[in-house]
Design a binder for this molecule. Structure first.
Ligand code: G4P
Length: 280
């Protein structure tokens, strides 16, 4: 099934980003550590051409740390510089400066050979909606951003922030669109809130989410809600025990499912990754 969800304003955002790419040396790609494959655009290599790149597995605080470690190890194998972060925590971004140095090492050496004077690295942050791009820019460069914004006239043209001497960051993140023809990718994106819930029927979404969680993290739902039933029975017991009912006394499954989704997204079910690295 081809899911129609791509909002019109994204076409413009993508065109703008393609323009911005020409100005930059380094791309910081933010993906969601809980759904690493689905939150990366498969065309990312085409879009960014030969630019140096860092991949940040964001929301690592919500993801299974063992699974995240496997993704990072795989990136290392492929020569991609990557780290797990929680973009809300400035401290967790400390690793970034050394990653930037490593990712731009070759370019710096090339420039030096050609007699080009070292200059700060121009960077853009990109990622799919809700991956944490704005949160990252705020945590990493918030203070510099505030300073820039206060100077008169700085709103003209491109807004660059200077978080430190070695870096210039484009203030507007690039929005990548997730691409999927496969239902399960769309489901995963909806589970973490990167595409609108309404793309799927909420009950179907929650049933599929629970199925993955029960098979990969069998104690998670039991520990969170003290309910041992699974699937449709779980929903029934949940609605009944919490009196989530409609006027006529029927269980209100829509409300139940929205509550469960909110709990999952905020980490109440524990640290869960919906996608593991597939080993060939
Ligand atoms: P975007 O620009 O890529 O669209 O994403 P944005 O920064 O707006 O972040 C989307 C949501 O994800 C925000 O929550 C943000 O707080 C949360 N978030 C970002 N990074 C992390 C992270 O590393 N860990 C966790 N747990 N959450 C993160 P929100 O509910 O939309 O808003 P609010 O909670 O900030 O009010």
């Amino acid at each position: 099934m081809q899911i129609q969800w791509y909002p019109g304003h994204m076409t413009k955002a993508v065109r703008n980003m393609e323009e911005d790419i020409k100005l930059i040396d380094l791309v910081i790609e933010i993906c969601d550590a809980r759904i690493v494959s689905s939150s990366r655009n498969p065309e990312v290599d085409r879009i960014f051409g030969g630019k140096d790149r860092i991949v940040l597995f964001n929301k690592a605080d919500l993801a299974d740390p063992l699974v995240t470690d496997e993704w990072i190890a795989e990136c290392k194998k492929q020569g991609i510089f990557a780290a797990a972060v929680d973009a809300r925590q400035k401290k967790s971004l400390n690793i970034l400066n050394s990653l930037i140095d490593k990712a731009t090492e070759k370019k710096r050496a090339r420039d030096q050979k050609r007699g080009i004077r070292p200059r700060s690295v121009r960077t853009i942050v990109v990622g799919i909606p809700n991956s944490g791009k704005s949160t990252f820019i705020n945590s990493y460069a918030g203070a510099a951003r505030a300073k820039t914004g206060n100077k008169p006239g700085v709103t003209k043209g491109k807004q660059w922030i200077r978080p430190n001497k070695r870096l210039e960051l484009l203030d507007t993140p690039g929005i990548l669109w997730p691409k999927f023809e496969d239902d399960s990718v769309g489901m995963h994106l909806a589970c973490v809130g990167s595409i609108r819930d309404e793309v799927f029927e909420v009950r179907q979404l929650v049933m599929e989410l629970m199925e993955i969680v029960v098979s990969e993290y069998p104690d998670s739902l039991k520990d969170t809600y003290s309910i041992t039933e699974t699937g449709a029975e779980f929903l029934e017991v949940f609605a009944d025990s919490r009196h989530i009912i409609k006027k006529g006394g029927e269980p209100d499954y829509d409300r139940v499912c929205h509550m469960l989704l909110t709990d999952f997204r905020s980490g109440k079910w524990g640290r869960i990754s919906l996608e593991r690295l597939q080993r060939s």
